[in-house]
Design a protein around this ligand. Structure first.
Ligand code: C5P
Length: 263
């Protein structure tokens, strides 16, 4: 069995059984499953152990924390006990808030959400934020990394600019992924898995193209195979671009681009 692909399957399920079933079906093929706010608020901390099951798949707890530093510290400490490999905070919460999350969840990788992809130029102007969306994303990325975030969530279109801003050591996580020919659903700016990986993304968040497929396991396997081919086609680059990060409760170095870490 090849190594699991650097994909976080978004388990945006209506109930816990469905989420657990999706997780079991995709786990042989992907590195990570993502639990969002809705599932977590409905089922609470138990959802983490349930979807992780016995497989040991990595859990990305996408709660996008955003509050005063003291409250985020408490929240990060609370969810840290569930041993998620990745947690998210809004970069807009500022330096002290991000630092509080990083210090309070030492076994997780804290990823900063740069700017929601639902925010456009008009929203920025209304909020009184000067400059373009791209300027804001780069500023948020730099701020989050300076505060200690080791990962960033950004759109696939922003990966190149964000990578130039923060360097190779930061794990870039991208939603808005659609295999060619797939329905874009409500995602406005999409990229294929191959495009996102070639642009320099490290972990691809993919939901409906996998979970709403007739056979989620087969859909995950097909995307994993596509990513292996994309990585094989740029072997030289892949070797220098491998992201090894300290992640997971074992605290050991692991690879978020498993298909590129075979050496
Ligand atoms: O089904 P789909 O592939 O669109 O799912 C994408 C996942 O990524 C969802 O869980 C969604 O909440 C999340 N997400 C996103 N765009 C962002 C941040 C997170 O689509 N900017």
């Amino acid at each position: 069995m090849p190594r699991p692909a650097p994909v976080a399957v978004a388990l945006d399920a209506p109930d816990l059984d469905t989420a657990a079933n999706w997780a079991a079906l995709v786990t042989p093929y992907v590195s990570t499953v993502k639990i969002g706010l809705e599932l977590y608020l409905r089922y609470g901390p138990d959802v983490v152990a349930t979807v992780r099951g016995a497989s040991g798949v990595e859990v990305f707890l996408d709660l996008k924390l955003h509050d005063i530093p003291n409250t985020v510290a408490g929240a990060a400490r609370a969810v840290s006990r569930l041993r998620p490999e990745i947690i998210t905070v809004h970069a807009a919460g500022g330096t002290d808030m991000i630092k509080a999350a990083v210090e309070s969840a030492p076994t997780a990788m804290v990823a900063g959400v740069t700017l929601l992809t639902s925010i456009g130029e008009g929203d920025l102007a209304a909020l009184g934020v000067p400059g373009t969306v791209s300027d804001a994303v780069r500023r948020m990325a730099a701020l989050a990394v300076a505060a200690g975030a080791r990962g960033l969530v950004c759109s696939p279109q922003e990966v190149t600019a964000v990578r130039a801003e923060v360097g190779e050591d930061i794990v870039l996580i991208t939603p808005g992924i659609r295999p060619s020919g797939a329905d874009s659903n409500d995602q406005a700016r999409v990229a294929t898995p191959e495009e996102a990986i070639k642009a320099g993304a490290d972990l691809l968040v993919i939901g409906r193209p996998i979970t709403r497929a007739a056979d989620p396991g087969a859909a995950a396997a097909a995307i994993a195979a596509t990513l292996r081919r994309a990585a094989g086609g740029r072997r030289g680059l892949a070797r220098t671009a491998v992201q090894e990060v300290v992640i997971g409760h074992t605290g050991i170095k692991r690879c978020l681009r498993p298909e590129m870490c075979s050496a």
